[in-house]
Design a protein around this ligand. Sequence first.
Ligand SMILES: C[S@@+](CC[C@H](N)C(=O)[O-])C[C@H]1O[C@@H](n2cnc3c(N)ncnc32)[C@H](O)[C@@H]1O
Length: 312
Amino acid sequence: MKSVNYRHAPVMPQEVVAALLPQRGGIFVDCTVGLGGHAELLLRGSPEVRLIAFDRDAEAIEMARRRLGMERVTFVKADYRRLRQVLADLAVSEGEVAGVLADLGVSSMQLESSERGFSFQRDGPLDMRMDRSFGPTAADLVNSLSDRELADILLRYGEERSCFKIARAICEARKRSPIKTTLELAKIVERTVGWRRGRNTHPATQTFQALRIAVNCELDRLQDFVSDAVQVLMPAGRLAVITFHSLEDRLIKGAFRYEAGICRCSNWLPSCVCGAKAKVTILTQKPIVPSQEELRLNPRARSAKLRVCQKI
Ligand SMILES: C[S@@+](CC[C@H](N)C(=O)[O-])C[C@H]1O[C@@H](n2cnc3c(N)ncnc32)[C@H](O)[C@@H]1O
C-alpha cells in the first residue's frame, strides 16, 4: 500500500475492525470508501481480504486508489444503493460477501474543499453534490424551489425549527440576485435566526445539513440498501453502518430491526402484513459511540453511531 497525505480520520477504527472481523479474510465491501481509512484497516486485517470499494465521488475514488493501490481492491464509482447490481456485474455471487461497511455522510475532504460547497465556514460555489457529474446543486434548489418546498426540506432533513422564516428570507434575498455561494447563504440564515442562546453551533448548520441531504438524496432507499447488503452477505457475514445524525440512525435502526424479523406493521392492523423474517442477529442493541479519547483527537466523530448485525 502506498502512503499518501490525508486528513480524514476514520471514525471508530478499532470498533469497525472488531465488528467486521477482516482477519477471517474473504470479500469485503466498503460502500463509502472516501479517503480509504477504514478500507486500509480492512486490508491490513488479512492478506486474504479482497475489497470492493464504492464511492459516488470521483475525487474520493482517485485519492483512495492512490492510497490503497489496486492489487486487492476493485474501485467502483457508483452509488452504494446499486450494490446488488454492481456485485452481479463483478461476478460476485449473493451469499459470498464476508462483510459490508457503510460510513455514511461526507468526508473531511469534501467538507474542507471550498469549491465543493459543503461548508458554511468556507466560501465557495453552493454546490454540495457528492457526484459532480450530474444532478441539481444546492444553488439550483435555493434559487428555484418555492418557500414551502424549501421549508419542507429544512424541516424534514434539518429538523430546523425556523424553517419557514429561513425559507422566506431565502426567497426574499434571491429576488435581488441569485444566491450563488456558501457564505451568502450562511449570512442570510445568520441574519434571519441569529445565534441561539446556549448553543455554539453556527445558525446555518441545520440548513446546510438539510440541503446536502436533499441534493444527494441521502435518506432515499436506505432501508432497501440494508436489505440488499444482508442479501449479499454469507452466513455469519456482518454489516456495519456508521451514521452521523438522528434521521439516518433512525432509518438504519428500523431497517436492522426489520431484518431481525421484528414486525413493522402498525398496532391497529389485525395481523402482520410486512412479512418481516429473521435474517440477521443485531449485535449492537445500543449503538456503539466513539470513546472520550477518540472525541478528544477527532471532535468531528461526536455524533457518530455504529450499528452492527450478523447474517444468520
Ligand atoms: C464519511 S466518508 C467515508 C470515509 C471513509 N470511511 C474513510 O475512512 O476515509 C463518506 C463517503 O461516502 C460517500 N458517499 C456518500 N453517499 C454515498 C452513496 N450513496 N454512494 C456511494 N458513496 C457515497 C461520500 O462521497 C464520501 O466520500
